[in-house]
Write a protein that binds this ligand. Structure first.
Ligand code: WYD
Length: 133
């Protein structure tokens, strides 16, 4: 895996900003938020060309290691070789994802997680920062 942040205590309503550099030739990157690798409020997977998807955002949750139901978004405001920032806000009901260009995607909170303790970045995104904004 890439960068892992643990022992966080991000409460509902707080806005998390994840910034990173999308690698040239990027195929796929993921930003995972939740309690642990097996309990994810949100797996946010930007697929430039991966698993048969082209320029598609795939969101999913994970509970006790089991994937939930995918949500796909074809508004794909990421470009290889540029810096990207994605904002996440959550409550008991849903996660609201603000993409570059301020398009928003809503994903149901299937895990019922209150606080986010774990964030990890995987794939073709070089982590720059995680901040509360
Ligand atoms: C049509 C019948 C079949 O349906 C397909 O079935 C696949 C398997 O279930 C799903 O794919 C899974 O989808 C899941 C979300 O739901 C997950 O993304 C999971 O990946 C976990 C995972 C994370 N990481 C780390 C990492 C992350 C990002 C970048 C890199 C890199 C790199 C260097 N370039 C590495 N590695 N694996 C993926 O495999 C497809 O969406 C799904 N497709 C559809 C249309 O339904």
């Amino acid at each position: 895996p890439g960068i892992v942040c643990t022992n966080l205590n991000i409460a509902p309503g707080q806005r998390v900003a994840v910034k990173g550099d999308v690698l040239p030739g990027a195929k796929s990157f993921a930003i995972n938020l939740g309690k642990s690798p097996d309990v994810l409020l949100l797996h946010f997977n930007a697929r430039f060309d991966a698993h048969g998807d082209v320029k598609t955002i795939v969101c999913n949750s994970k509970n006790k290691g089991q994937w939930g139901k995918e949500l796909r978004e074809t508004n794909f405001p990421f470009q290889e070789g540029t810096t990207a920032e994605v904002l996440f806000t959550h409550d008991k009901k849903e996660v609201i994802i603000t993409l570059p260009g301020n398009h928003q995607v809503k994903f149901p909170n299937e895990t019922g997680l209150e606080n986010i303790e774990f964030v990890c970045i995987d794939g073709d995104l070089n982590f720059r920062s995680l901040s509360l904004v």
